[in-house]
Design a protein around this ligand. Structure first.
Ligand code: GTP
Length: 316
């Protein structure tokens, strides 16, 4: 009944009754790994430390019940998207309604009926995998496989918040392919698409730290986010990008360089000083992200005007 072609899942069983945990983990072992917790507090700790695909949660537990735990999960950005199936010995409509209102994806009454449990778990795992794939696709640029503009916007906002909290600098590169209209006109759109894929590969090579994040911003324009990176570091990454493209030497006879090149605008959000409280930052998160991108864009414009195939650093 379970989806045998699917990758193994991690299920978390939360119940204060060890016999339920034992029975459920035996029934569900075909789906992958079963983790268990005897209380909501232990379950929340585990969820914060390891990835879990589905939670089977007992509604009635001492100290903190399943509904309360579900409420905490729904209010946490890290945990809200993990599907939760609520298990309860109550069969009344009000309990079922309360489970769905609290954010449960399904509801099962005890005693557990093995066939029904397996079927419901199978359905929820398939749904959550499909949803994860939709989410991934909605954040990916299909041509280059890089993140898309929407994913970069979200990441930028998260990164600016993180940088404020940790008082670290953050930089962005705004990258635009030089004379790309002429490239398309000369070599055709298919060759143009292939060139964009090559540019994306060079970008990945140049911005290679684990937290560096590259996205296609639109058309032949890209943005790279460099967490924990000051302007010197960002200019160094920009140089790596120019070098990677020079080594690639992809012909572009309509450009003065003779090969594919980019112009880059670099902007850095300087770290808050230790005396500056986070609350003193006057502008909204969106305004700060826009301002940072605006500075990178203005620097990119200067790089284009100064002859292309170069980087310019935005003043702070
Ligand atoms: N092949 C291809 N071309 C694209 C894609 N997206 C945008 N373009 C083309 O990129 C070109 C961008 O042209 P412009 O904005 O005039 O800039 P440019 O020719 O690169 O000139 P500079 O930026 O000033 O160096 C346009 O011809 C777009 O059609 C794409 O996905 N594939």
């Amino acid at each position: 009944m379970n989806d045998t072609a699917a990758p193994p899942a991690t299920l978390l069983l939360v119940d204060d009754d060890p016999s339920i945990i034992q029975a459920a983990s035996r029934l569900l072992s075909d789906f992958g790994r079963c983790r268990f917790a005897r209380s909501a507090v232990d379950a929340l700790r585990l969820l914060r430390n390891e990835p879990v695909d589905l939670v089977l949660l007992d509604a009635e537990m001492p100290e903190m019940g399943g509904l309360e735990m579900l409420g905490l999960m729904q209010n946490s950005s890290e945990l809200a998207e993990i599907p939760v199936v609520l298990l309860t010995s109550h069969r009344d409509e009000a309990t079922e309604e309360a489970a769905f209102a609290a954010g449960a994806v399904d509801f099962l009454s005890k005693p557990i009926r093995p066939g029904v449990l397996k079927a419901r778990v199978n359905t929820q795992l398939r749904l959550s995998r499909a949803l994860a794939e939709v989410r991934r696709l909605s954040r990916t640029d299909t041509l280059t496989g890089l993140a898309n503009r929407r994913a970069m916007q979200e990441r930028l906002e998260r990164e600016v918040l993180r940088a404020d909290r940790l008082r670290t600098p953050t930089s962005v590169l705004m990258i635009d392919v030089d004379h790309f209209k002429a490239f398309n006109d000369l070599y055709g759109h298919v060759a143009g698409d292939l060139a964009l894929i090559k540019v994306a590969e060079c970008m990945r090579k140049a911005a290679s730290r684990a937290n560096d994040f590259c996205a296609r911003w639109g058309g032949e324009e890209f943005v790279v986010l460099l967490p924990d990176t000051d302007s010197d570091g960002a200019m160094a990454v920009a140089s790596h990008m120019h070098r990677a493209l020079a080594e690639l030497a992809h012909p572009h006879e309509a450009s003065q360089q003779g090969c594919l090149s980019t112009s880059i605008g670099v902007a850095t959000l300087v770290a808050l000083s230790s005396q500056q409280p986070i609350e003193s930052v006057a502008h909204s998160l969106q305004d700060r992200v826009e301002h940072l991108l605006g500075r990178a864009d203005a620097a990119l414009y200067r790089a284009k005007s100064a002859g292309r195939s170069r980087s310019e650093l935005a003043s702070t």
